[in-house]
Design a protein around this ligand. Structure first.
Ligand SMILES: Cc1cc2nc3c(=O)[nH]c(=O)nc-3n(C[C@H](O)[C@H](O)[C@H](O)COP(=O)(O)OP(=O)(O)OC[C@H]3O[C@@H](n4cnc5c(N)ncnc54)[C@H](O)[C@@H]3O)c2cc1C
Length: 338
């Protein structure tokens, strides 16, 4: 069976079809501790390749899993059937308030392009530049600034994907399908969904409140509803100023309790930094320091600073205003996870 699938794919796909052991092993792992050896890897060259792979797999009853950069922590890019790699889908078209990108573009390439026009796409998982936008949409990624700007699900305007029948669909543009999705979501009890800032479990039908939201069903669906080809992302102007406070705490408990008060001062980010990460930071901390909070504001800086000083119960050891220093401290924190 495997051989015939291989032959069919090889004669149909314009990109690469890989079945050698070395490639199957490479694609058998991601950033999780799981390993599943796939049968075949398709490195799709274009939309037609994605459609053909899905149609062939469906006919021969073999599963297809889409892969971005394979940085996911739960094995969601692994499968024993066909892995479809989207790295060739890395186009980028910048407009004033949104950017249209191919799903295989890395977050790093997107950020570099946006920086030129002093814009940014807010969700910033600590994996940083390595992950792809397709993977971020698949996981509904968030990051330190999601406190203010939300997760991916709050920052996507449109998605074009190939469904399980090999059909190309754009949501919310395709009104026929959009209406059907909206109709289904009317039956759900939104009160039964957790009221949290980050939620990537299950299909996020609770986020669909109007026809313009229906694409949100794809976000966090881990490739189970279709293969994303491209997407339109909301982008916003870089804030004029940022300030990052680094606060030392002598106990994890006091840092956690303080978080609740600090959140009321409306920071753009709060991030907890534990002892393991502290070791990676080039700074002489007090020996009794058990953990840190990074607290960032990107508007009303002086006003926010006053509010923070009224509620903080740890010791502020850094007040960073320069973008280079701010990025460096965020890097200390993020790189320690890699
Ligand atoms: C060190 C580290 C730190 C992290 N920190 C954070 C964090 O702070 N916040 C956070 O939210 N997450 C965090 N993550 C997780 C991060 O969100 C994911 O690793 C990342 O989004 C996955 O992107 P990827 O391109 O590697 O996708 P993959 O791992 O390749 O795939 C992830 C999922 O998306 C699906 N997928 C990929 N491409 C597509 C596509 N084109 N169409 C449909 N589905 C697709 C896959 O099938 C899979 O289910 C972290 C991960 C690491 C390793």
């Amino acid at each position: 069976m495997k051989k015939s699938i291989l032959k069919i794919l090889e004669s149909t796909i314009q990109g690469k079809v890989l079945s050698q052991k070395v490639f199957r092993e490479f694609y058998s792992v991601d950033a999780s501790s799981y390993q599943i050896i796939p049968k075949i890897i398709v490195v799709a060259k274009n939309e037609k390749d994605v459609i053909n792979t899905v149609k062939i797999a469906s006919k021969l009853k073999i599963s297809v899993t889409v892969r971005g950069a394979g940085t996911s922590l739960v094995g969601s890019a692994l499968n024993n059937g066909i892995i479809i790699d989207m790295k060739n889908f890395d186009s980028i078209q910048l407009s004033k308030n949104f950017v249209k990108v191919g799903s295989g573009i890395t977050k790093g390439k997107l950020d570099k392009n946006l920086e030129v026009s002093k814009k940014f796409f807010p969700p910033n998982p600590s994996i940083g530049s390595f992950c792809t936008i397709g993977g971020m949409l698949g996981n509904n990624s968030s990051g330190s600034r999601s406190l203010k700007y939300g997760s991916v699900i709050d920052n996507v305007l449109e998605i074009t994907f190939i469904d399980g029948n090999g059909e190309k669909i754009t949501l919310p543009k395709n009104k026929k399908i959009a209406k059907k999705i909206l109709e289904c979501t009317k039956q759900i009890d939104r009160n039964r969904f957790p009221n949290v800032t980050k939620n990537s479990s299950g299909y996020r039908i609770d986020k669909i409140k109007s026809i313009n939201d229906v694409h949100k069903i794809i976000l966090g669906s881990e490739g189970t509803l279709g293969i994303i080809l491209s997407t339109k992302l909301k982008i916003i102007d870089n804030p004029k100023k940022r300030v990052l406070f680094v606060i030392e705490y002598k106990s994890i408990n006091s840092a956690l309790k303080n978080c609740i008060k600090i959140k009321e001062t409306k920071p753009s980010a709060i991030e907890f930094v534990d002892k393991t990460t502290l070791v990676e930071i080039k700074f002489k901390f007090n020996k009794k320091t058990k953990c840190l909070l990074f607290v960032e504001y990107d508007e009303k800086i002086n006003f926010s600073k006053k509010k923070l000083k009224n509620v903080v119960n740890g010791k502020i050891i850094q007040e960073l205003k320069n973008n280079v220093d701010i990025s460096q401290w965020w890097k200390y924190r993020d790189l320690s996870l890699h």
